[in-house]
Design a protein around this ligand. Structure first.
Ligand SMILES: CC(C)(COP(=O)(O)OP(=O)(O)OC[C@H]1O[C@@H](n2cnc3c(N)ncnc32)[C@H](O)[C@@H]1OP(=O)(O)O)[C@@H](O)C(=O)NCCC(=O)NCCS
Length: 188
Protein backbone atom coordinates (compact mmCIF):
# COMPACT_ATOMS: atom_id res chain seq x y z
CA UNK A 1 0.00 0.00 0.00
CA UNK A 2 1.26 3.48 -0.73
CA UNK A 3 2.48 5.76 2.04
CA UNK A 4 3.43 9.43 2.03
CA UNK A 5 6.38 10.34 4.24
CA UNK A 6 5.72 13.17 6.70
CA UNK A 7 9.41 13.77 7.39
CA UNK A 8 12.60 12.08 8.49
CA UNK A 9 11.22 10.71 11.79
CA UNK A 10 9.47 7.66 10.27
CA UNK A 11 6.02 9.30 10.22
CA UNK A 12 3.77 8.33 7.31
CA UNK A 13 0.30 9.08 6.02
CA UNK A 14 -1.62 6.19 4.49
CA UNK A 15 -5.25 5.44 3.67
CA UNK A 16 -7.04 4.00 6.73
CA UNK A 17 -9.21 1.15 5.47
CA UNK A 18 -11.60 -1.54 6.77
CA UNK A 19 -8.81 -4.11 7.05
CA UNK A 20 -7.14 -1.89 9.67
CA UNK A 21 -9.98 -2.47 12.18
CA UNK A 22 -7.87 -4.36 14.74
CA UNK A 23 -5.04 -1.84 14.48
CA UNK A 24 -7.48 1.06 14.84
CA UNK A 25 -9.06 -0.50 17.92
CA UNK A 26 -5.66 -1.10 19.56
CA UNK A 27 -4.70 2.53 18.83
CA UNK A 28 -8.03 3.76 20.23
CA UNK A 29 -7.47 1.80 23.45
CA UNK A 30 -4.15 3.67 23.88
CA UNK A 31 -5.78 7.05 23.25
CA UNK A 32 -9.42 6.65 24.24
CA UNK A 33 -9.52 9.11 27.14
CA UNK A 34 -7.32 11.77 25.52
CA UNK A 35 -9.06 11.63 22.13
CA UNK A 36 -12.52 11.53 23.70
CA UNK A 37 -12.22 14.76 25.65
CA UNK A 38 -13.78 16.77 22.82
CA UNK A 39 -14.82 14.38 20.04
CA UNK A 40 -16.99 11.29 19.76
CA UNK A 41 -14.57 9.17 17.73
CA UNK A 42 -13.75 6.81 20.65
CA UNK A 43 -17.48 6.20 21.13
CA UNK A 44 -17.71 5.18 17.45
CA UNK A 45 -14.76 2.78 17.85
CA UNK A 46 -15.73 0.76 20.93
CA UNK A 47 -14.97 -2.79 19.78
CA UNK A 48 -14.04 -4.69 16.63
CA UNK A 49 -17.49 -4.59 14.94
CA UNK A 50 -17.86 -0.84 15.55
CA UNK A 51 -14.27 -0.21 14.39
CA UNK A 52 -15.03 -2.11 11.18
CA UNK A 53 -18.32 -0.22 10.73
CA UNK A 54 -16.57 3.15 11.17
CA UNK A 55 -13.90 2.24 8.63
CA UNK A 56 -16.48 0.82 6.21
CA UNK A 57 -18.56 4.01 6.47
CA UNK A 58 -15.47 5.98 5.36
CA UNK A 59 -14.70 3.44 2.61
CA UNK A 60 -18.24 4.06 1.34
CA UNK A 61 -17.79 7.82 1.56
CA UNK A 62 -14.49 7.52 -0.29
CA UNK A 63 -16.12 5.44 -3.04
CA UNK A 64 -18.77 8.15 -3.39
CA UNK A 65 -16.09 10.92 -3.27
CA UNK A 66 -17.86 12.33 -0.20
CA UNK A 67 -15.27 11.83 2.54
CA UNK A 68 -11.75 10.52 3.15
CA UNK A 69 -9.91 8.89 6.05
CA UNK A 70 -6.14 8.68 6.54
CA UNK A 71 -4.03 7.09 9.24
CA UNK A 72 -0.81 8.50 10.64
CA UNK A 73 1.80 5.83 11.33
CA UNK A 74 4.92 6.56 13.37
CA UNK A 75 7.70 4.00 12.93
CA UNK A 76 5.13 1.42 11.85
CA UNK A 77 2.53 2.07 14.58
CA UNK A 78 -0.85 3.66 13.93
CA UNK A 79 -0.90 6.74 16.19
CA UNK A 80 -3.62 8.99 14.77
CA UNK A 81 -5.50 10.13 11.75
CA UNK A 82 -6.83 12.85 9.55
CA UNK A 83 -10.09 12.97 7.70
CA UNK A 84 -12.35 14.89 5.44
CA UNK A 85 -15.64 14.43 7.27
CA UNK A 86 -17.35 16.37 4.50
CA UNK A 87 -16.08 16.51 0.91
CA UNK A 88 -18.57 18.42 -1.25
CA UNK A 89 -17.20 18.69 -4.79
CA UNK A 90 -20.27 20.56 -6.07
CA UNK A 91 -19.75 23.35 -3.51
CA UNK A 92 -15.93 22.94 -3.62
CA UNK A 93 -16.03 22.87 0.17
CA UNK A 94 -14.74 20.32 2.67
CA UNK A 95 -14.28 19.92 6.41
CA UNK A 96 -11.07 18.44 7.80
CA UNK A 97 -10.52 16.87 11.20
CA UNK A 98 -7.83 15.00 13.14
CA UNK A 99 -6.83 13.03 16.20
CA UNK A 100 -3.70 11.56 17.83
CA UNK A 101 -2.99 9.23 20.70
CA UNK A 102 -1.26 11.20 23.47
CA UNK A 103 2.21 9.70 22.98
CA UNK A 104 2.23 11.06 19.41
CA UNK A 105 1.19 14.64 20.27
CA UNK A 106 3.58 17.57 20.25
CA UNK A 107 5.59 16.50 17.18
CA UNK A 108 3.70 18.30 14.42
CA UNK A 109 2.29 15.08 12.94
CA UNK A 110 -1.21 16.44 12.39
CA UNK A 111 -0.02 19.78 11.04
CA UNK A 112 2.35 18.05 8.63
CA UNK A 113 -0.31 15.56 7.51
CA UNK A 114 -3.01 18.21 7.20
CA UNK A 115 -0.79 20.24 4.84
CA UNK A 116 -0.59 17.24 2.53
CA UNK A 117 -4.30 16.45 2.46
CA UNK A 118 -5.27 20.13 2.10
CA UNK A 119 -2.79 20.53 -0.77
CA UNK A 120 -4.44 17.54 -2.45
CA UNK A 121 -7.95 18.88 -1.85
CA UNK A 122 -7.10 22.37 -3.16
CA UNK A 123 -4.67 21.61 -5.97
CA UNK A 124 -5.90 18.26 -7.29
CA UNK A 125 -9.56 18.28 -6.36
CA UNK A 126 -10.47 21.93 -6.84
CA UNK A 127 -11.63 22.61 -3.29
CA UNK A 128 -12.06 26.33 -2.63
CA UNK A 129 -12.85 26.21 1.06
CA UNK A 130 -11.42 23.96 3.79
CA UNK A 131 -13.18 24.13 7.16
CA UNK A 132 -11.98 23.16 10.63
CA UNK A 133 -14.55 22.93 13.43
CA UNK A 134 -13.46 22.66 17.05
CA UNK A 135 -14.58 23.39 20.58
CA UNK A 136 -13.29 26.68 22.05
CA UNK A 137 -12.01 24.48 24.91
CA UNK A 138 -9.88 22.43 22.48
CA UNK A 139 -6.85 24.71 22.36
CA UNK A 140 -4.51 22.14 20.70
CA UNK A 141 -6.99 21.78 17.82
CA UNK A 142 -7.43 25.56 17.48
CA UNK A 143 -3.63 25.82 17.39
CA UNK A 144 -3.55 23.38 14.47
CA UNK A 145 -6.03 25.63 12.62
CA UNK A 146 -3.79 28.63 13.36
CA UNK A 147 -0.67 26.79 12.16
CA UNK A 148 -2.52 25.93 8.94
CA UNK A 149 -3.17 29.63 8.35
CA UNK A 150 -6.90 29.37 8.91
CA UNK A 151 -9.12 32.27 9.94
CA UNK A 152 -11.68 32.06 12.71
CA UNK A 153 -15.10 32.80 11.22
CA UNK A 154 -17.46 32.50 14.14
CA UNK A 155 -19.08 30.30 16.73
CA UNK A 156 -21.90 27.82 16.26
CA UNK A 157 -23.55 28.35 19.62
CA UNK A 158 -24.22 25.17 21.61
CA UNK A 159 -24.24 23.24 18.34
CA UNK A 160 -22.48 20.04 19.45
CA UNK A 161 -24.21 17.55 21.73
CA UNK A 162 -21.62 15.21 23.22
CA UNK A 163 -22.10 12.89 26.17
CA UNK A 164 -25.22 14.81 27.20
CA UNK A 165 -23.61 18.27 27.16
CA UNK A 166 -24.12 20.95 24.49
CA UNK A 167 -20.96 22.87 23.45
CA UNK A 168 -20.17 25.84 21.26
CA UNK A 169 -18.08 25.04 18.20
CA UNK A 170 -15.70 27.46 16.48
CA UNK A 171 -15.59 27.48 12.69
CA UNK A 172 -12.23 28.16 11.06
CA UNK A 173 -11.39 28.00 7.38
CA UNK A 174 -8.79 28.61 4.72
CA UNK A 175 -9.71 29.54 1.15
CA UNK A 176 -7.80 28.32 -1.89
CA UNK A 177 -6.11 31.68 -2.73
CA UNK A 178 -5.05 32.08 0.93
CA UNK A 179 -3.68 28.53 0.97
CA UNK A 180 -1.66 29.11 -2.20
CA UNK A 181 -0.30 32.44 -0.95
CA UNK A 182 0.76 30.86 2.35
CA UNK A 183 2.41 27.93 0.53
CA UNK A 184 4.26 30.30 -1.78
CA UNK A 185 5.56 32.11 1.33
CA UNK A 186 6.75 28.80 2.84
CA UNK A 187 8.52 27.79 -0.37
CA UNK A 188 10.51 31.03 -0.62
C1 LIG B 1 -5.88 18.14 18.21
C2 LIG B 1 -4.61 17.32 18.29
C3 LIG B 1 -4.50 16.35 17.14
C4 LIG B 1 -3.42 18.30 18.26
O1 LIG B 1 -2.22 17.57 18.46
P1 LIG B 1 -0.82 18.31 18.42
O2 LIG B 1 0.22 17.30 18.61
O3 LIG B 1 -0.85 19.49 19.32
O4 LIG B 1 -0.76 18.87 16.93
P2 LIG B 1 0.40 18.65 15.88
O5 LIG B 1 0.57 17.19 15.60
O6 LIG B 1 0.15 19.54 14.77
O7 LIG B 1 1.69 19.10 16.70
C5 LIG B 1 1.86 20.44 17.09
C6 LIG B 1 2.80 20.49 18.27
O8 LIG B 1 4.05 19.90 17.89
C7 LIG B 1 5.08 20.91 17.86
N1 LIG B 1 5.86 20.61 16.68
C8 LIG B 1 7.02 19.92 16.69
N2 LIG B 1 7.47 19.76 15.43
C9 LIG B 1 6.58 20.36 14.60
C10 LIG B 1 6.50 20.51 13.19
N3 LIG B 1 7.44 20.00 12.38
N4 LIG B 1 5.43 21.15 12.67
C11 LIG B 1 4.49 21.67 13.47
N5 LIG B 1 4.52 21.55 14.83
C12 LIG B 1 5.56 20.90 15.38
C13 LIG B 1 4.35 22.23 17.85
O9 LIG B 1 5.12 23.26 18.44
C14 LIG B 1 3.14 21.90 18.70
O10 LIG B 1 3.47 21.82 20.06
P3 LIG B 1 2.87 22.89 21.11
O11 LIG B 1 1.38 22.82 21.01
O12 LIG B 1 3.43 22.41 22.39
O13 LIG B 1 3.40 24.21 20.63
C15 LIG B 1 -4.55 16.52 19.63
O14 LIG B 1 -4.60 17.40 20.72
C16 LIG B 1 -5.68 15.50 19.75
O15 LIG B 1 -5.65 14.44 19.16
N6 LIG B 1 -6.71 15.82 20.56
C17 LIG B 1 -7.81 14.86 20.77
C18 LIG B 1 -8.70 14.70 19.54
C19 LIG B 1 -9.22 16.04 19.06
O16 LIG B 1 -9.66 16.85 19.86
N7 LIG B 1 -9.16 16.26 17.74
C20 LIG B 1 -9.55 17.51 17.13
C21 LIG B 1 -11.00 17.58 16.89
S1 LIG B 1 -11.50 19.20 16.30
Amino acid sequence: MYAISLGDDGAELRPLEPWHAEELLAHMERGREFIGRHIALPDAVKDLPSARAFLQAYADKRAADEGYLYGIWLTGKLVGGLLFRIFDTAQQSCEAGCWLEPAAAGRGLVTRGARIIIDWAVEERGMYRVEWIASPANEPSLNVARRLGMTQEGVLRESYLYRGVRSDMEVWSVLAPEWRAARAGHDR
